[in-house]
Design a protein around this ligand. Structure first.
Ligand SMILES: [Ca+2]
Ligand SMILES: [Ca+2]
Length: 185
């Protein structure tokens, strides 16, 4: 009987289709877990960045002391406005020299108003300012400000600084806030 060598069937190199599908399923599964986790870490970091920005702003405002800016308009009539939001749009003012055509009267600028950054000189990363020198939160949106009680003495005016939070909408519960109580300096 002639000898016939038996040669084992050659295994295919690389993955079979089933193995490939398992690998793809594992990668998809890991990505499904990893993307939300990464998203939540990023949101937490932005929130933390925002808290630091608000703290720097609040410190600079408190150190500066004054809460109102007074100037005379073109008719020499005295005018007074909340120092940090002279154009009353609810956004902490930056450098109004860049905004001369959008809500800042020339007579007010002539009287020395230079916005939050110019007046209080807060310790801020330049990346935290936009082209108008408005202060930005961790999501790159301008920081909001409001006086809490316009009826109290100007130098002890309570105010509230806040970021809209991750959703960019106000009064949705994720806002990050820094408030100064009335009477405190
Ligand atoms: Ca403003
Ligand atoms: Ca919100």
């Amino acid at each position: 009987m002639p000898y016939r060598a038996t040669i084992p069937a050659r295994r295919h190199a690389g993955f079979t289709l089933t193995e490939l599908m398992i690998v793809i399923a594992v990668i998809v599964g890991m990505a499904g877990v990893g993307i939300p986790v990464w998203g939540s870490i990023r949101e937490r970091a932005r929130g933390e960045q925002t808290r630091l920005v608000l703290e720097s702003v609040a410190t600079a405002m408190t150190d500066y002391g004054r809460t109102h800016f007074t100037w005379r308009d073109a008719n020499q009539k005295p005018r007074t406005a909340l120092l940090w939001d002279v154009n009353a749009d609810g956004i902490l003012d930056g450098d109004p020299s860049l905004e001369g055509v959008s809500g800042y009267p020339a007579d007010m600028l002539a009287a020395g108003y230079t916005g939050f950054v110019g007046l209080a000189k807060p310790e801020l990363d330049q990346g935290r300012l936009n082209a108008k020198s408005q202060v930005l939160d961790g999501w790159g949106r301008p920081v909001h400000i409001a006086a809490l009680d316009a009826g109290v003495a100007r130098e002890t005016l309570p105010w509230r600084l806040w970021s809209l939070g991750g959703d960019g909408q106000d009064t949705t519960g994720d806002e990050i806030e820094w408030a100064r109580a009335g009477g405190a300096q």
